[in-house]
Design a protein around this ligand. Structure first.
Ligand code: SF4
Length: 344
């Protein structure tokens, strides 16, 4: 695990504090269905989010970002790790029910997230009604208005009668109906056309300000993450490898993996082209991840120490909150080569 030093110092401003989150999925086989191996989907992830902040989570497909989201909202059980939400710790003074009410999730597939037999108004009111919140229908109509869906036109329609962008607005309203403090958006705009995507991103920014929301925004699209996030967390093979305020990481990617991700990003700006070759090859098998730094099998800077020792997350910005887990930045051990390799 490399992520134990990812945490900011404890503070009352933190609405979410995750420590050592771990999820290994069993792989079963044979007639008796015995466990043969474990997929290390999330392995020791730690981070803290302050109230009103948007934390973007990026990484290749299979890096563990969506599993992390599902663990946070309690859709799947964690093997290990502490989740502290709004000053209370899950499993101690915080129940799963309270966590789910305070932390809502919006998924990529806007259609699969909705019950096709419920009208839009009923869909939005459903959760609030189950939770015993007052006036669920009035609440639903008000939220439809806030997300840009005229209740007079849309309340009695069904999910198949509206567009993808409108369905995602319904899902956002449905999440807000529970009066959450945090909304986890898992690739929530990825399936939308670019023009609709921009409208929904602007809507999310407006709603964040209006309701004082905190977002955890998961996406493979770095430009989208940059637009909406205050900080960016980069995951590779179940671990956190870099975490930084968006401006810092945009001007300087300290971890070679992050650098590769950024170099693969399309840019129309001729002054913003990188010479860095994009990432090649598939990620290693998460059932048996590489020793030491998990990225060493794909890293052009790898040395013997990388296969041997697990790099620890360190602040590389003199206290500005830019952290990376890479031996190139480990000045204490004598392995630091970040300056020579142009990663400073
Ligand atoms: Fe590359 Fe070594 Fe840094 Fe891992 S620790 S990213 S292998 S240089």
């Amino acid at each position: 695990m490399s992520a134990t030093e990812t945490l900011r110092p404890d503070s009352p401003a933190q609405i979410l504090r995750v420590t050592g989150l771990q999820k290994h999925f069993p792989v079963r086989g044979g007639i008796l269905g015995r466990q043969k191996a474990r997929v290390q989907a999330v392995d020791g992830v730690s981070f803290a989010v302050e109230e009103g902040e948007t934390l973007g989570i990026v990484g290749e497909s299979g890096c563990g970002k969506s599993t992390t989201a599902r663990l946070l909202v309690g859709l799947i059980d964690r093997d290990r790790g502490d989740v502290r939400f709004d000053g209370r710790t899950l499993g101690k003074d915080l129940t799963l029910r309270d966590l789910r009410r305070g932390m809502q999730m919006v998924f990529q597939d806007s259609y699969a997230s909705l019950n096709p037999r419920l009208t839009i108004e009923e869909s939005i009111a459903f959760g609030a009604r189950i939770q015993g919140l007052s006036d669920p229908v009035g609440r639903a109509r008000d939220l439809m208005d806030r997300v840009g869906l005229d209740p007079a036109r849309f309340a009695q329609r069904y999910p198949h009668e509206v567009s993808g962008g409108q369905r995602q607005r319904i899902n956002i309203a449905r999440a807000l109906a529970m009066s959450p403090k945090i909304v986890v958006l898992d690739e929530a705009v990825s399936a939308l056309d670019k023009s609709v995507e921009a409208q929904v991103l602007n809507l999310l920014a407006d709603l964040r300000a209006e309701f004082g929301l905190t977002y955890i925004f998961i996406s493979h699209d770095l430009n989208v993450v940059r637009y909406i996030s205050d900080r960016i967390l980069v995951m590779y093979l179940g671990e956190v490898v870099e975490l930084a305020p968006v401006d810092l990481i945009w001007s300087r990617q300290a971890h070679p993996y992050t650098r590769s991700l950024f170099s693969a990003m399309p840019s129309m700006d001729p002054d913003n082209r990188t010479e860095e070759p994009p990432l090649t090859g598939d990620p290693p098998n998460p059932i048996n991840p590489p020793s030491g730094c998990r990225f060493h099998t794909r890293c052009k800077f790898a040395e013997a120490v990388c296969a041997r020792d697990v790099p620890v997350m360190r602040d590389i910005s003199g206290g500005q909150g830019h952290l990376a887990a890479c031996h190139l930045h480990d000045t204490a051990s004598g392995h630091s080569r970040a300056g020579e390799e142009g990663l400073t």
